[in-house]
Ligand binder design. Structure first.
Ligand code: GUN
Ligand code: FE
Length: 455
């Protein structure tokens, strides 16, 4: 009878569709040795009690306490791990100046492996403590430090997808922070890919290399072409920034005579395993190209409020079938929490729909049908992220990884306002999404292993 490594008993929330969240009340989640959900058993099923009886007294059985709920672990599609060292600062100037004044000098310091180790260990632990179990990371241009970030993910049990950043254009990047030349950038990237594949082979949860041109303005055409070829040769994920701000979008239009999306596509960089951050200035053709190639948008709502010069029409792109997930964009966005970003995604979409200039009449102020709900924001943080990465994560269903956060709504020091024993589960879910703080996230599990616990 004991065919599962672990059995969890409790109530969980998972996305059924982008708009619908399913509450799974009092289910048994039966977890296989490999950390994958083997079965989800409802109380009305015949063998429910038999499974409880068989596992109840064993070490792998866990019944959630009153007031505790399971959510899928979050998937963060856009993090600059080195920028954790400046999070919450330097948000007062435009993107171009921010990169040159603060960000490139900081990232240059990651040639120092002991500095890199300090920051990267904190970054990975902080994201886990915020309920984030899968992360798509930009590291820096440094091969060794980038491999170190992947190793830290492997050791701490986080599903890390890590990119060594490429920025090889001597015209566009400072001498103190760029790849030595195009050939070196490509050689370092290939060595990085091989090293991380080897690391990933022995990490239960998986750790993956990602081909990472920073954005078109940082890279020569030869580098972009070579990176597209490397991604195809080694079947890797690909990430970059795409049409983020007026300046970045305008630069690409001027240099390439087209939008980022079509330029990236021309270099072989839009595939099913591509995730492009921001994408604020996609037009309908760009978005259709994303949908056709399976390229995902990493939506970074907090960062966008500072650097992107616009609110992305996320509801429209969801409607036409573009894959979308959420990103914190540490440190363009100051918060390491996808709860915070889910809230901002909803708020920004409401402001886009209604408009913000009170001097205009209501009928001219906004963009109709732009709002998303908290259910959709939850989808972006979970299932949408998993689909974007083409990985079986972000849902609590058979065949998906057991990546979860255990949320305690009854914690004495951070109780959620739940007063009615019969409060509908949909309302409890909304309160969790809007009000949870890191203290309420008591435990985090990845691929069936506990990776974070708050004492
Ligand atoms: N565009 C190029 N590099 C960056 C970066 O580090 N952060 C953001 N937000 N945009 C970028
Ligand atoms: Fe970014």
């Amino acid at each position: 009878m004991r065919e599962y490594a672990k059995v969890f008993q409790g109530t969980a929330f998972t996305s059924a569709t982008p708009k619908e969240v399913t509450a799974l009340k009092d289910r048994l989640f039966c977890i296989r040795e490999d950390g994958v959900i083997g079965r989800v058993v409802a109380p009305e099923e015949d063998d429910y009690q038999a499974i409880v009886d068989a596992y109840r007294d064993g070490p792998g059985f866990r019944r959630l306490d009153e007031g505790q709920y399971l959510l899928p672990g979050f998937v963060d599609l856009h993090v600059h791990a080195p920028q954790w060292a400046q999070s919450g600062t330097a948000l007062d100037i435009p993107l171009y100046d921010w990169l040159n004044t603060y960000t490139f000098p900081l990232e240059a310091k990651f040639s120092d492996l002991s500095f890199a180790k300090n920051v990267y260990e904190d970054m990975v632990s902080t994201l886990l403590a915020n309920g984030t179990t899968t992360v798509l990371y930009f590291a820096t241009i440094h091969k060794e430090a980038s491999i170190l970030l992947a190793r830290i993910c492997a050791d701490k049990g986080q599903r890390g997808l890590v990119g060594k950043v490429v920025m090889d254009d001597p015209e566009q990047n400072p001498d103190y922070y760029r790849d030595a030349d195009t050939a070196t950038a490509l050689k370092d990237t290939e060595e990085f890919i091989l090293a991380v594949k080897e690391l990933g082979a022995s990490a239960k949860q998986g750790v993956y290399p990602v081909v990472t041109p920073r954005f078109i303005p940082s890279c020569t055409d030869e580098a972009l072409q070579g990176l597209g070829e490397l991604a195809a040769k080694h079947d890797t994920h690909i990430q970059s920034h795409c049409s983020e701000s007026d300046w970045a979008h305008g630069y690409v239009q001027e240099r390439c005579g087209k939008h980022d999306a079509f330029a990236l596509h021309g270099f072989g960089l839009l595939t099913e395993k591509s995730v492009m951050a921001h994408c604020n200035f996609l037009d309908e053709d760009d978005a259709a190209l994303f949908a056709e190639t399976g390229t995902a948008v990493g939506h970074c709502p907090i960062s966008n409020a500072y650097f992107a010069n616009s609110v992305i029409p996320i509801a429209r792109w969801l409607d036409i079938g573009v894959e979308i997930g959420l990103g914190t964009d540490i440190s363009g966005g100051f918060s390491p929490s996808l709860f915070d970003n889910a809230r901002q995604a909803v708020i920004s979409s409401r402001m886009l729909e209604d408009g913000v200039n009170g001097e205009l009449p209501a009928s001219k102020r906004g963009v109709p049908n732009s709002r998303i709900t908290i259910n959709e924001a939850f989808y972006l943080a979970t299932a949408g992220g998993g689909e974007s990465l083409s990985l079986p994560v972000g849902r609590l269903e058979e065949g998906y990884a057991w990546d979860v956060q255990i949320i305690d709504t009854a914690l004495r020091t951070s109780r959620l306002p739940l007063y009615d024993a019969n409060e509908p589960l949909e309302d409890i879910f909304q309160k969790i999404m809007y009000l949870v703080r890191p203290e309420n996230i008591r435990e985090v599990w990845v691929q069936g292993e506990q990776v974070h616990k708050r004492e």
